[in-house]
Design a protein around this ligand. Structure first.
Ligand code: ASP
Length: 331
């Protein structure tokens, strides 16, 4: 779609960026998701000016992102799609907690037809901290929406622009908590100007046809769990999950996709029983390289949490295909 508008919509979902603490020096004993998104924007000097006075705030949720779930994702993706379809809108900023930001980024990447930029931002320090990082991150997120060439789902924090596929929270405390591992950031925000890491900052936009429809029409989300391989791993948790009706399992494998033989046997049993099983790696960097003859498929480079999102969407697609097919047969 042609970008003609200048409006920048900021969707608030909570997180530390909206958190408050009783003591300014307390960077861990705060409560996330307390300050409304409108108030967050007002508190950043120069933000409206940078956006040409065209910022619009909307509160979609007010949660600590550890509690992120399918219902908030459904609402958030629908609001994003609504605004992206508006020719007056230049792009969308989402304020989000850092803990599950990478999962929401990947989910939105998979379901939105985001030719316009959708920029997630966050903070590692609450709004009441001695040196909160949220205001600068908000300014940088808006600058990224305005940057020539910005497209797709991006994450902006600590002066870096990351793509949805590789971004990961890698540190529980420091302010620059995000990394794209081997891939590196897509760019940097310097004094409200984005310097892209390559000459043509084109972020591939996924073919998302149908994904939003599936999300809207599904009554419930598919049940997909993550299990981890480790020394002494057994298959008992997997057997129990299968008994309870789990539909998908992502394995955070050791190294290049290795799994303790007891756990692997249970996973193969699960797969034979119709449960979708996907292998990822628990290694913080790099990606699992599949080899011919592997009994369990690999996650195509996705981390365990993003492989879970991808598998949920795939199961949703298959479920909706079945529904559509049986509807058509009934007619
Ligand atoms: N627990 C917070 C959240 O994810 C952490 C943060 O935002 O930094 O909402």
């Amino acid at each position: 779609m042609q970008v003609s508008g200048q409006k920048i919509v900021v969707l608030g979902t909570g997180g530390t960026i909206a958190g408050t603490s009783a003591q300014a020096g307390d960077n861990i004993g705060y409560t996330a998701a307390q300050v409304g998104v409108e108030q967050l924007l007002t508190a950043v000097p120069g933000l409206q000016a940078l956006a040409g006075g065209a910022l619009v705030a909307e509160q979609v949720a007010q949660i600590d992102s550890k509690d992120m779930d399918g219902e908030v994702w459904r609402t958030l993706s629908l609001r994003c799609a609504h605004h992206l379809n508006d020719s007056e809108v230049r792009g969308v900023v989402i304020t989000h907690g850092t803990d599950t930001l990478e999962e929401t980024a990947w989910f939105l990447h998979e379901v939105l037809d985001a030719a316009k930029p959708v920029v997630l931002t966050c903070a590692m320090r609450p709004a009441t901290a001695l040196t909160p990082d949220g205001p600068q991150n908000l300014l940088d997120a808006v600058a990224t929406v305005l940057a020539p060439g910005a497209t797709g789902v991006l994450a902006v924090a600590a002066g870096e622009v990351h793509g949805a596929r590789h971004v990961q929270k890698v540190h529980p405390y420091r302010v620059n908590a995000f990394s794209s591992g081997d891939a590196g950031p897509l760019g940097w925000v310097e004094e409200s100007v984005v310097r892209w890491a390559c000459n043509s900052p084109v972020v591939p936009v996924n073919n998302t046809v149908g994904a939003m429809n599936n999300i809207v029409s599904a009554a419930t989300w598919p049940w997909v769990e993550i299990v981890m391989n480790h020394a002494g791993a057994s298959g008992r948790a997997v057997d129990a999950l299968v008994r309870e009706g789990v539909q998908g399992l992502v394995v955070a494998c050791t190294g290049n996709g290795t799994i303790h033989h007891d756990l692997e046997a249970a996973l193969v049993r699960a797969q034979n029983a119709g449960v979708r099983v996907v292998r990822s790696t628990r290694c913080a960097e790099g990606q699992l390289l599949p080899k011919p003859g592997d009994a369990l498929p690999a996650s195509q480079g996705l981390s365990p949490v993003k492989a879970r999102v991808a598998l949920m969407l795939d199961l949703l697609r298959m479920h909706c295909c079945l529904l559509y097919t049986s509807d058509a047969a009934d007619e």
